[in-house]
Design a protein around this ligand. Structure first.
Ligand SMILES: Cc1cc2nc3c(=O)[nH]c(=O)nc-3n(C[C@H](O)[C@H](O)[C@H](O)COP(=O)(O)OP(=O)(O)OC[C@H]3O[C@@H](n4cnc5c(N)ncnc54)[C@H](O)[C@@H]3O)c2cc1C
Length: 380
């Protein structure tokens, strides 16, 4: 093995894209590269699982990754702090507490936050997800009966489907308001028909073409804002150029424009000015590329380029027993998609929450998913 000079990699934000890098901790230590995660939260909420967690169909351990524990397992230093600024000249970041940390390589993966014009105790933006966790406590304490969801895209609709499912213990009265003429605008019309029909049958007041912009929070026990996000990097002082929607501009290797040691990925990055949608599929795939490119940079080898999937399939859960699968122009709904979602969700989660010996095989996951879907109270 060549002699490596000591270098350190800082991960600013423990988003979906950072997880594969944390798992390299021990391996990179052998190459004299140490890794530090600086994260605003001690856990990462897996967004794919959150709507079912809100409905009471996933447990906490099936929804959140304990970042501190993950770091301990792979020999990575964990610092719980919000990153406030990046100085690329001095190669250091500063946290909210004023702590300065020098880096040789930096990854910015701080995700996105929901744009919220109005502020009120009653308003719960979908991002960051810690606020929604508090809303779940409010449901469980019987303090939320009347819920407004603003935004009928994938996030707002999936939360509405899970909270209105017959198996959900609290089932608030839901009003779902979307400014476009239909729910799931941008997805096939068939998916809109499926979700709108299901929600209306359950008594959800679906209003389309009707978004006022200012939530009337006082008329509801809670308002969920699912009206679109802005990158969290806008809250960090940094010298880098922004691409579309103020996301940090990178080239296809995920290196930030004009830098040879700072990467950005996930919702906070705009790769090659392509304006990819802010979905976890990109963040997860970029995490794999980051792992390869950081190692290549450290080894002095050429970096690879990001290639997105030609289509990004999405599975929208409707409780534990049904889901809507949409890809390209197709949308289908059924029990087997709920099983598929369970298998994909749990396979991904267990990679980051359990040691290899405790992870379930795919066969076991399929069996467990089938049993879960068949024994659930039907979605109706
Ligand atoms: C309800 C809902 C459901 C969704 N379902 C899906 C789905 O099924 N499929 C899909 O592909 N996408 C889905 N998405 C989108 C998906 O959540 C995002 O695209 C994905 O989380 C982006 O990952 P990321 O790596 O950019 O960052 P995130 O995973 O968002 O993580 C960012 C992390 O950075 C931390 N952080 C923020 N600011 C700072 C700071 N200044 N300093 C330090 N740390 C900081 C945060 O605490 C957070 O842990 C969903 C979104 C929502 C809201």
């Amino acid at each position: 093995m060549p002699d490596y000079p000591h270098k350190n990699l800082i991960l600013a934000g423990g988003g979906h894209a950072s997880l594969p890098l944390i798992k390299m901790g021990h391996h990179w230590k052998k190459k004299n590269l140490s890794v530090t995660l600086v994260s605003a939260e001690p856990y990462l909420v897996y967004s794919g699982a959150l709507p079912q967690y809100m409905g009471g169909f996933y447990e906490w351990h099936e929804t959140a990754i304990n970042l501190k524990k993950l770091c301990e397992r792979y020999g990575v230093e964990f610092i719980r702090a919000r990153v406030d600024s990046v100085d690329s000249q001095k190669q250091l970041i500063t946290t909210e507490t004023g702590q300065e940390l020098g880096y040789d390589y930096l990854v910015i993966n701080v995700g996105a936050a929901t744009k919220a014009d109005a502020k009120s105790e009653n308003i719960y933006p979908v991002k960051p997800m810690s606020r929604l966790l508090r809303l779940k406590e409010k449901f469980e304490s019987g303090l939320c009966h009347n819920l407004l969801i603003l935004g009928g895209g994938a996030a707002g609709t999936e939360i509405a489907l899970n909270l209105s499912h017959p198996g959900c213990g609290y089932q608030p009265q839901i009003t779902l308001v979307e400014k476009n003429s239909r729910l799931l605008e941008g997805f096939p019309l068939r998916s809109t028909e499926i979700v709108t029909g299901t929600l209306k049958k359950r008594g959800v007041d679906v209003q389309t073409g009707a978004y006022s912009g200012q939530p009337d929070a006082d008329n509801f026990d809670a308002v969920i804002l699912a009206t679109g996000n802005e990158p969290e990097s806008v809250n960090i002082s940094h010298p880098f150029s922004n691409g579309s929607s103020n996301r940090i501009l990178t080239d296809r290797t995920l290196l930030v424009h004009g830098s040879n040691n700072v990467f950005a990925a996930g919702d906070t990055a705009d790769v090659d000015d392509a304006g990819h949608p802010q979905i976890g599929v990109h963040a997860v795939k970029q995490g794999i590329l980051l792992r390869q490119n950081i190692e290549a940079l450290h080894d002095g080898k050429p970096l690879k380029k990001y290639r997105s999937y030609p289509i990004n399939p999405l599975i929208i859960s409707n409780g534990p027993d049904r889901a809507i699968f949409t890809a390209g122009r197709f949308s289908l709904s059924g029990k087997y998609f709920a099983v598929l979602k369970y298998v994909l969700d749990m396979h991904w989660m267990e990679k980051y929450t359990l040691p290899p010996s405790d992870r379930r095989s795919r066969v076991k996951l399929i069996r467990d998913g089938l049993q879960r879907a068949l024994s659930a109270r039907p979605a109706s």
